[in-house]
Write a protein that binds this ligand. Sequence first.
Ligand SMILES: [Fe+2]
Length: 245
Amino acid sequence: MGLFDRKKGLPADFFHGVTDMHCHLLPAVDDGFQTESSSIDGLKYMERLGFRQLILTPHVMMDYADNTRSHLEQLYDHYRQVVAESCGLKVRLAAEYMLDERFLSHQEEGWLYLNPTERIVLVETSYMYKIPDMDQYLYELTVTDNHVVIAHPERYVYADTDEFRHWKESGYSLQLNLVSLAGGYGRPAKDNAEYLLEAGMYDYVGTDMHKVSTFEQWLQALKLKSHQVDLLHELYENNARLFGA
Ligand SMILES: [Fe+2]
């Protein structure tokens, strides 16, 4: 640490055996991978990087009204066979829920949990605005014994350090998008990500991969200090617990 902890590219074994808990590889359901064949390329790419397990988190939001739990589970039923035939990765289906007007209605079908045993739900908000009902929605979710992970807090332009602290004090976990640290979402998101990582406020780390080429480009640009690498390994340990046995 200190003067001699210079930033370097990722160690070769950085992703060895790790779990991704946020990606858009389930094809043709959102703005992620659009075809089965591009998704298979994505799976093979992640396997080459060293990933062992993936939690698939398609967007569930008003813009993708077809993405009900039963619809996604039906598609996943086919996709898991595609995965088994294409690579050695273990996969599970969850979802990334947008905090929009329909958010609480998903409760009727039951949540697609990041971790069903611990009832952990991945949520996101609009990048630009904090919806007035956010705290109410999350209260309704957690009062029924669910737990919240807020996706990529570093990216929300309305969120400042007080907001981050408020989320942590409310008991919500925070998830870093790895390439935020490379500037993949701009300078303010990079600064937020470095702050939150350093402050020990992140609980999980995901790729949020929508497309191999974009992710790969930012991964190559990613330079980290060795103590940041150590902090990320701790987050990957949490990811593995999320996936379960
Ligand atoms: Fe996402």
